[in-house]
Design a protein around this ligand. Structure first.
Ligand code: NIG
Ligand code: FE
Length: 416
């Protein structure tokens, strides 16, 4: 039997409707398509959107409908966090404290800390341990309104440990209510045993890990950390091309720490998304716009590492597709709250509340190529949404530092 729920007295129903488009660019980015004093009928998908005074007809024509009175609160689409590293082990608060004293991220990495510190902890962990850390963070993100979350491997850096991370992600996909997308990031760093022979590790990535991950269906995407001291453009191109040939889709950590030309590479390979982009060039901006590669901005990382922010306004003016995500990870940004991301985007990247909401919902879905089913509240799409504790969606950013989520629904079922 189909269970239907009718939501009434919605002060503002923020649909982020794209009217058939996969994305909203330029001035359209800030167009949320808000319905005032609205009502919405859902099964697992959205069946009807109208005004509160029209509900009697819906109640009369749907026998067993359950009515939820939203008492003049807002509904927004669930957040789509398209970039996280929440399956890990260990704690790097010591590195964070050192960075507050002025030591840089790269200095810590050159001493064997950073990604390799987490790698050592992950290699000593079981799939169950990794699952438990991921579960805690994914459920926390859910309470802050995230209904879809992408999770990357990349802290194992060996065949066995990378597979353990991907198995933990798979178990999360099977057991948690939140929707999860899995990404293989074996090219996150070079493991110490191959520091003197990086080509040998790339050979393992291309000839062992990628074929195995693709054949076993352990990940949908492949990602590479293309930056100074990590993977060169040429190495990244080889790894990503091999992944594409094996059937994986592509996303790239691009121009995060230095201007590197990685956005251009992501566009060249038609990656679905290039992420970070703090140091993107004008050529990179143009190439990504022309290729339709989503620009996923992660302001929590610029904040935590005290770096310059990505040039969001320049990219919006250039008609790039802008998404926002957390980058939640134990090193450069330990934060899983998308409401905080909205705040950082508005305050430090000069985005409007409306632009940042589109980027954190519909465009997170575009970055994961799921905009046809999630990311906005439109007829036929999945009923993934949050009921806020306020009548004005603007309060999400205006009244900051608190959790505005009252209820979370995924596929028409209440999960928070
Ligand atoms: O997205 N840039 C690479 N990866 C992460 C940081 C990983 C870490 O420090 O553990 C990031 O910032
Ligand atoms: Fe990242």
């Amino acid at each position: 039997m189909v269970v239907r729920t009718l939501f009434t007295n919605i002060s503002e129903l923020v649909t982020v409707s794209a009217e058939g488009k996969q994305a909203k660019v330029g001035a359209d980015l800030g167009n949320l398509n808000v319905h005032k004093n609205a009502a919405m009928l859902v099964s697992d998908t959205i069946e009807w959107i109208g005004e509160s005074h029209e509900i009697q007809h819906i109640i009369d024509t749907n026998n067993d409908v359950t009515v939820v009175n939203c008492r003049n609160k807002c509904i927004i689409p669930g957040f789509v966090d398209s970039h996280t590293h929440i399956v890990f082990a260990g704690n790097r608060s010591n590195e964070f404290a050192r960075r507050l004293q002025g030591v840089t991220y790269q200095q810590i990495a050159s001493e064997g800390g950073g990604i390799l510190a987490t790698m050592r902890a992950v290699r000593q962990s079981s799939v169950e341990d990794l699952y438990n850390t991921g579960k805690q963070l994914a459920l926390s993100a859910l309470r802050y309104g995230t209904t879809t979350i992408e999770i990357k491997s990349g802290y194992g850096l060996s065949v066995e440990a990378e597979l353990n991370q991907l198995k933990a992600i798979k178990k999360l996909q099977q057991e948690l209510p939140v929707r999860i997308v899995s990404t293989f990031l074996g090219a996150h760093d070079f493991p110490p045993e191959y520091h003197a022979n990086r080509e040998q590790y790339i050979d393992i990535l291309i000839n062992q890990m990628i074929p195995h991950v693709a054949e076993e269906g352990l990940a949908e995407y492949c990602d590479v950390f293309a930056d100074t001291g990590y993977y060169t453009i040429e190495q990244s191109r080889r790894i990503l091309t091999a992944a594409q040939q094996a059937g994986l889709k592509l996303r790239v950590h691009a121009d995060e720490l230095t201007p590197f030309g990685a956005a251009e590479l992501a566009a060249e390979l038609h990656a679905h998304s290039a992420d970070h982009l703090l140091y993107i060039s004008q050529q990179g901006i143009n190439a990504m716009r022309n290729a339709g590669t989503v620009a996923t901005l992660l302001p929590g990382t610029a904040y935590t590492l005290r770096l310059q922010y990505a040039p969001a306004r320049t990219m919006i003016d250039a008609n790039n597709i802008i998404a926002l995500a957390t980058d939640c990870n134990p090193g450069s940004c330990f934060m899983e709250n998308m409401q905080q991301v909205l705040s950082l985007a508005c305050m430090n990247m000069k985005m409007s509340i409306e632009e940042s909401l589109t980027a954190a919902t519909l465009h997170g879905a575009t970055a994961l190529r799921r905009a046809d089913s999630i990311g906005s509240l439109e007829l036929g799409k999945q009923a993934d949404f949050c009921i806020l504790d306020t009548a004005n969606y603007a309060d999400l950013v205006y009244h900051f530092g608190v959790n505005h989520i009252q209820q979370v629904w995924i596929a028409g079922k209440q999960v928070v």
